[in-house]
Write a protein that binds this ligand. Sequence first.
Ligand code: HEC
Length: 128
Amino acid sequence: MRLHPSERFSCSAPWHPAGFLIGSLLISLLLIGTGRAESRGDAKLGKIVYAKHCAACHGQKGDGLGSRSTLPNFTDAKTMAAKTDQELFNKISSGGKGTGMPAYNKVLAEQDRWHVLAYIRTLSNPSP
Ligand code: HEC
């Protein structure tokens, strides 16, 4: 049976917007799932903050091999995956309270703390 051109159109057309919708929904779910500090800070700017304020203790590469050896290893994906952005952000902001990790809430603007956190996250990212 041959379809009239208008029937064919009305039959296949709905699939295009639907496929597009489902596709973009999946992509946004993926983005939410993998969404980390990168969405709240700019790692490129954070790298500058890190070099100035953090590298002396945490090491240029963030592996904790700076002037102190008991430091967390930001390049270790397992360690970093166990911490939420909020936990790390709070630590950067309020410090370790006696551990040697300084509080940066008076030193760095809130946005800069998110930038540096975004940068730290890239250090354990296998494909930045
Ligand atoms: C004077 C040395 C020193 C400097 C400077 C320093 N830190 Fe730390 N940091 C530490 C120490 C020691 C620890 C481990 C003890 C603790 O968690 O409180 C730590 C822990 C942390 C943690 C917790 C990691 C975890 O796995 O829980 C984060 C995040 C962190 N530092 C980020 C930063 C950032 C970002 C900067 C720069 C803005 C910075 N630190 C500067 C000494 C330092």
